[in-house]
Design a binder for this molecule. Structure first.
Ligand code: WT7
Length: 660
């Protein structure tokens, strides 16, 4: 279908999409980025990055820009010392901008709060003092399981200030998902809220923490922000935020930490059932987050109002709500709720209310806005918008054009930004004002970044050719490993093109005739649902942990709204009862997955089948299941151990199909 960003479609785009949109002279003249930036980076990459690092305040200057001698473990700005929170908060107060609003926070029920940099500094200091009083110090791990409330940002910055590592876990994940993440990195403290407002109602959050903490002995304390005011169970580990933090001194002297001091862990799905704790450090990460925020979004701190619609539970929220924007002294909107509460114009109402000028969101949401209709944004004054961003999955040209016309007034440049939890910051994107944008393509690696499309042998493909996306030079915000698993780090990213020393991103990609890069989706067993990465294996493990399931195979099938949708094929156990393939049983399985992982991992569809297609060596042939899930003729079955299996599956589907 036309809105699917799957492989075939992106290829089609390439054949039909020839529109380009040059920047207006007016935009180009005022843009932060000028064409020389590319030349400058090419001439001397390390000198270029050294100059970008000068955007930050260093207590001790580095002696070496990059040490790659221990590859694939990079050290950037070696010997340098800085405090990340000081760079995001205090220095703006010291430079005379204490009264500038840092955060226009908008709660879902309509409550709001404007937080200036001076206030942010006081809040972060109080939180840092509170965390210290709970015994948190450098390198301790703190789990943050919170909705989009200001205290979530205060907490992240308080950790950074103390040199403690935060591990933010998305508030939509289950107790079990939270527990495994807490356990993997032995978190000492969990920060949470009593609940959150979603779709007009208060939802509890703390019960999931209670359940997780009961089985996670590393946790000493749980700090709880009151958000909804609902009743919560209380244990002797629990401490109210307002009782502990509010009474603290609002002064705290930040300590400078080494450039390679760990900043955070963020878990992301890989190809096995166990999420990977992606490790990021301080100086290089903040340098690239800050650099990309400035150039890719053309951010002008004195006049812009910026809004990134991501959740802090994902890397976009880390790099483009907290570290990139705040290190650039942004004024930004942070919104707690869902885009259709209380009505489908909520985002546009917020844009109008605050005069948002830079808006960064995900294709899945743009496609949802398309479904709701262009008449909705048309009701609001969106003339303040001057730069639009997209992230999380390939954006199909239809959605891109719709975004440009109906949100960007036919003139705001759109930056399609490709990056990953692992890359820490944007890697491939047009620079607004310099590059003529092309609907559907992320186009060019940023100045200072090396990216290529290569074939199976690691040889760069010619223009018009397709293959794998690799990063061929270390970059400042690159991951420094997977928490506690060096081997998995090497295997996952550095073994596929080990000989060439390339980082393997896991994405298919293609060059067009101009040499612009088009992303074609994942080439591994990782799905992309609404811009969120979910592993097929993780959902399979959740399914087989249910007593009625004997075997399960999960595939990502193209979905007009969410990019991919999760489709599960399950074989039920013999004794699973007469209703085993019925609606009830399927609902129970979907709920079970939600409980094990979180509602985002609920399969869109579960098909009960008698067999799964396997090769002679026992590997499930997901390609064939994807054909079924996408209603295509089933492809080549010659490597199947038993070629009649696909007929059995097709025959069995009539009885076992279930959709919401
Ligand atoms: C994967 C990374 C980066 C923050 C959000 C997701 C896909 C991301 C794009 C884009 C095409 C994209 C890739 C990538 N992806 N941005 N602009 N065009 N694909 O972070 O969960 O680490 O997922 O998202 O497949 O590998 P993540």
């Amino acid at each position: 279908m036309t809105q699917s960003p799957g492989q075939g479609q992106a290829l089609d785009n390439l054949l039909t999409e020839s529109r380009t949109f040059p920047p207006s002279d007016e935009f180009a003249a005022q843009a932060n980025a000028q064409p020389e930036l590319y030349e400058e980076a090419k001439a001397d990459r390390e000198a270029f990055w050294a100059k970008q690092a000068e955007r930050l305040h260093w207590d001790t200057k580095w002696t070496q820009v990059l040490d790659w001698s221990d590859a694939p473990f990079a050290k950037w700005f070696v010997g340098g010392k800085l405090n990340v929170a000081y760079n995001c908060v205090d220095r703006h107060v010291e430079s005379g901008h204490g009264d500038q609003v840092a955060i226009h926070w908008e709660g879902e029920p309509g409550d709001s709060r404007a937080i200036t940099y001076a206030e942010l500094q006081r809040e972060v200091c109080k939180a840092a003092n509170a965390l210290k009083s709970l015994g948190i110090g450098a390198e301790d791990r703190v789990a943050i399981y919170m909705p989009m409330v200001p205290e979530a940002i205060f907490s992240m910055l308080a950790c950074a200030r103390l040199g403690a590592m935060h591990s933010v876990v998305f508030g939509g994940f289950s107790a079990e998902a939270l527990r495994t993440r807490i356990e993997d990195s032995s978190c000492k403290l969990v920060i949470t809220t009593d609940g959150q407002f979603r779709r007009g109602n208060p939802f509890p959050l703390k019960p999931a923490v209670d359940e997780a903490v009961a089985a996670a002995p590393s946790v000493e304390k749980v700090l709880v922000v009151r958000r909804t005011g609902s009743e919560v169970a209380w244990s002797d580990k629990d401490v109210w935020w307002h009782e502990l933090v509010d009474g603290q001194s609002d002064v705290h002297t930040p300590e400078a930490f080494d450039s390679e001091h760990p900043l955070f862990i963020l878990y992301t799905s890989g190809t096995t059932g166990k999420p990977k704790g992606i490790l990021h450090t301080s100086g290089g990460y903040l340098t690239q987050a800050s650099y990309t925020q400035h150039y890719v979004f053309d951010l002008k701190p004195d006049t812009d109002v910026y809004w990134c619609t991501a959740d802090i539970g994902w890397v976009t929220g880390h790099s483009y709500i907290v570290y990139g924007p705040l290190s650039n002294r942004v004024t930004q909107v942070v919104y707690e709720g869902t885009p259709n509460t209380p009505h489908e114009g909520r985002h546009w109402e917020i844009v109008q209310k605050y005069g948002v000028s830079i808006y960064y969101t995900a294709p899945t949401l743009i496609r949802t806005f398309m479904k709701w209709g262009a008449d909705i944004p048309a009701k609001y004054d969106l003339s303040s918008l001057r730069v639009l961003g997209s992230v999380g999955e390939p954006i199909n040209p239809e959605a891109w054009i719709w975004y440009r016309e109906n949100v960007g007034g036919g003139k705001a440049p759109i930056v399609d930004t490709w990056w990953q939890t692992e890359t820490g910051a944007i890697m491939i994107s047009p620079l607004p004002g310099v590059i003529s944008t092309k609907p559907g393509s992320a186009q060019q690696p940023l100045p200072g970044i090396g990216a290529k499309v290569v074939n199976d042998e690691g040889v760069e493909v010619p223009h018009g050719g397709g293959g794998y996306l690799v990063l061929d030079e270390p970059w400042p915000s690159m991951l420094r490993g997977i928490w506690g698993d060096e081997e998995r780090y090497r295997d996952t990213y550095w073994s596929r093109f080990g000989e060439q020393g390339f980082y393997f991103a896991g994405d298919g990609a293609k060059y067009d005739a101009d040499g612009d890069i088009w992303l074609l989706g994942r080439v591994d067993d990782v799905m992309n649902v609404s811009g969120h990465r979910i592993s097929t294996t993780e959902v399979e493990s959740a399914l087989v942990s249910h007593p009625t399931v004997a075997e399960a195979a999960v595939v990502g099938a193209s979905d007009a709204t969410t990019g991919q949708g999760i489709v599960a094929f399950v074989i039920l156990r013999g004794g699973a009862g007469s209703d085993a393939g019925g609606a009830e049983a399927i609902k129970a399985l979907r709920d079970h997955v939600a409980k094990e992982i979180g509602p985002i991992a609920k399969p869109r569809q579960i098909m009960v089948v008698p067999e799964l297609p396997k090769t002679r060596s026992g590997k499930i042939m997901r390609r064939l299941l994807r054909d079924v899930a996408e209603n295509r003729a089933v492809g080549d079955v010659t490597t199947l151990a038993d070629s009649s299996v696909m007929d059995l599956i097709s025959a069995g589907l009539q009885s076992g199909k279930s959709e919401d």
